[in-house]
Design a binder for this molecule. Structure first.
Ligand code: FES
Length: 104
């Protein structure tokens, strides 16, 4: 994907985000406020929660409260040129860190 692309993966309940530094992060679609499913707004280039208006950037970072924690993420690894996402457990975090994303 082009950097800046956000692709919904409905079966896995996550988004694969292609970040501007060329890496990929898999974000949970559940809002960290009260768990609503958060859609990506292509025009605004942010995730906008329909329930209480929290917004998140492409790395999952909070832009607008009431959410206080970034979107959870799933570990991604690369095998034979494929991005594999371990969806067994969403991981909580306090901030984005490049170690949460992978490079092809
Ligand atoms: Fe998303 Fe409340 S559940 S802002």
């Amino acid at each position: 994907d082009e950097p800046g692309t956000v692709t919904a993966v409905p079966e896995g309940h996550f988004y694969m985000c292609s970040l501007n530094d060329g890496s990929f992060i898999a974000l949970s679609r559940n809002c960290t406020h009260l768990g609503c499913s958060v859609p990506w707004d292509e025009k605004k280039q942010m995730f906008v929660c329909p329930c209480h208006g929290s917004t998140f950037d492409q790395t999952g970072k909070v832009l607008t409260p009431p959410a206080i924690r970034p979107l959870d993420y799933f570990p991604v690894r690369i095998e034979n040129g494929l991005l594999l996402v371990d969806i067994s457990m969403p991981l909580k975090r306090q901030a984005f860190d490049p170690s949460q994303s992978v490079r092809m």
